[in-house]
Design a protein around this ligand. Structure first.
Ligand code: FBP
Length: 552
């Protein structure tokens, strides 16, 4: 394989573990903490998860653990969207497994959860793994979005594991994949299959978090990658002084990525979907907010700027949210009739005729491309694929129209020229930052320790992350403690609660305190490229969000 010079030197990087996991592996034991409950709806979660509800938190401490050397086979699955660091989770898991017993074997199921259903795997050995250590991507075994949710699928998983003598599965995924991991763990226990399931918190979106999961892996690298690009665009804008850049950022429903990038780059405007929802802001009021900021900067002869837009924004604008819910319902009930239609125009007409008056009005007000994007296929979890909705273009066009009206009325005298961007896929497979390389390796090693502790239905948890790796804590939390009941596909289901941006949290408050100044003045900051070698305060720092969240 041809490799770049950076890739070559990154192979040699030795990720840092928390102090407790640096101990000899036979000298670490799990310690049970207090029993847990659920996020909410505890009675229903308890009834649905009789074997895995209420389990204790786990932390690892020093202690004699001779049994850890028992021979084990483990399977690993990468699930959902790519996030930098996945290869290091597998490296940490592999190294833990082999440190305990060199005879242990790691099965990598290919192409996501479908790999186990189809019994498609490869054995991960040290030679194969060497080419992936400390690199981005999920290409070591591939990923996919197949859902593991039916009893038939669970039984296939059990049979495939039994065929290969697999004692435990590690599922590396986001909230939906870990919800399914919890259901699978519960199923295996209820059937006495003797197969453990451990999850690892992955997603660039940053929406899988609580006090025991301080950050999902990949968020650090992805936001630093986008922030570098945003900083470069800001500097370009400030040099040429002729464009307003509308930048849509990945992150699905949550605005954590947009907020973190705003904290790192101080753009003129950053929209936060959670705030839009809390204030029930309509699309036209958002457009007006941006147009007024453009007009104010124009008064200072600053006919340029940068606007950050979270990709899930439209789902939080009340009239569009209601519209999407109606479309979801409609598509679920009239799936066959809708699928039989050929052209996009026919599909639009089909939906338009069946909407309520209010949603019809909202739908009709949108440009044709956005209408088609709203009707595009849902992902396997039933989510609108917000990465396909061109909110950047929609807002740039609407702001331009509004500014024309303001010019005609004499309230705006500037020049407006816009460019649009979407940063998402650019960041998902970047070389992991030192933080993500260390964190992911620790999560994987720690996942093995949870397996060795005989645990199932747990999420690997490494905390105290704003401190140096040496001071990180290692342990696990039952996945059920992150769950609540939500309506999905018209049914009440147990799911991990998505962590959205908290408007009373420190990161948002810091942003809100500064945003007026950032809007009017030019306060850009330029984070530059991710650094892998050099002073620790440049190379090992994690996100501003985490630093603010953990500040006293
Ligand atoms: P996960 O939730 O699986 O981690 O994926 C996150 C994400 O990158 C979102 O930010 C984005 O909306 C979506 O995946 C894109 O999905 P796809 O890779 O299927 O295009």
């Amino acid at each position: 394989m041809d490799i770049s010079p950076l890739q070559k030197v990154r192979y040699a990087y030795q990720p840092k573990l928390p102090a407790i996991l640096r101990e000899s592996i036979t000298n670490v034991v799990p310690q049970k903490g207090e029993a847990t409950t659920a996020q909410s709806d505890a009675d229903q979660i308890k009834a649905l998860f009789p074997n895995t509800y209420g389990l204790p938190r786990i932390t690892f401490t020093k202690g004699e653990n001779g049994e850890i050397t028992q021979k084990r086979n483990v399977g690993v699955i990468l699930s959902g969207g790519q996030a930098p660091g996945g290869h290091n989770v597998i490296s940490g898991l592999f190294d833990g497994l082999k440190a305990a017993n060199p005879e242990n074997t790691l099965f990598g199921f290919k192409g996501g959860p479908s790999g186990i259903l189809e019994d498609s795997y490869r054995i991960i050995d040290s030679e194969y793994l060497a080419a992936y250590r400390n690199t981005g991507g999920f290409d070591i075994i591939g990923s996919g979005r197949t859902k593991l949710e039916t009893t038939e699928q669970f039984e296939v998983c059990a049979q495939v594991c039994k065929k290969h003598d697999i004692d435990a599965l590690v599922i590396i995924g986001g909230d939906d994949s870990n919800t399914n991991a919890a259901v699978l763990a519960e199923y295996f226990l209820s059937k006495n299959h003797g197969i453990q399931v451990i999850g690892c918190p992955k997603t660039i979106d940053g929406d899988l978090k609580n006090e025991s999961i301080e950050i999902s892996f990949g968020f650090d690298t992805a936001t630093k990658t986008y922030s570098e690009l945003i900083g470069n665009i800001e500097r370009d804008a400030n040099s040429a002084k002729k464009y307003w850049h509308f930048i849509k950022l990945m992150g699905r429903s949550a605005s954590h990525i947009a907020l973190e990038c705003a904290l790192e780059t101080q753009p003129n405007i950053c929209l936060i979907s959670e705030e839009v929802e809390a204030n029930a802001q309509s699309l036209s009021s958002i457009v007006d907010y941006i147009a007024q900021a453009v007009a104010k900067r124009a008064e200072d002869k600053n006919n340029f700027g940068v606007v950050l837009i979270p990709e899930g924004l439209v789902e939080f604008v009340p009239e569009v949210k209601a519209l999407i819910a109606e479309i979801n319902d409609l598509l679920a009930h009239e799936e066959a009739a809708f699928a039989a239609l050929d052209s996009s125009a026919e599909k639009i007409a089909f939906v338009q005729q069946r909407l309520s008056a209010a949603s019809k009005q909202a739908f009709e007000s949108l440009p044709t491309e956005i209408k088609s994007q709203l009707l595009a296929d849902r992902d396997p979890h039933g989510n609108v694929q917000v990465s396909r909705i061109e909110t950047d273009k929609l807002l740039a066009a609407m702001v331009e129209t509004q500014l024309k009206a303001m010019k005609a009325a004499g309230s705006y005298k500037g020049k407006f020229s816009s460019l649009t961007h979407f940063f998402g896929y650019e960041g998902r497979c970047a070389f992991p930052t030192n933080f993500d390389a260390d964190y992911c390796y620790s999560l994987g090693y720690n996942a093995f320790m949870l397996i060795a502790g005989g645990l199932s239905g747990y999420l690997s948890s490494v905390t105290n992350l704003s401190k140096p790796a040496q001071e990180w804590n290692a342990g696990g939390i039952p996945i059920t403690m992150m769950m609540n009941m939500e309506v999905r596909h018209g049914e009440n289901k147990p799911v991990i609660k998505k962590a959205l941006v908290e408007l009373d949290g420190k990161p948002f408050k810091y942003f809100a305190k500064n945003r007026e100044t950032w809007a009017r003045e030019t306060c850009y900051t330029y984070p530059g490229a991710v650094q892998y070698f050099g002073p620790s305060e440049v190379c090992d720092l994690t996100t501003v969000t985490l630093a603010l969240e953990q500040s006293k």
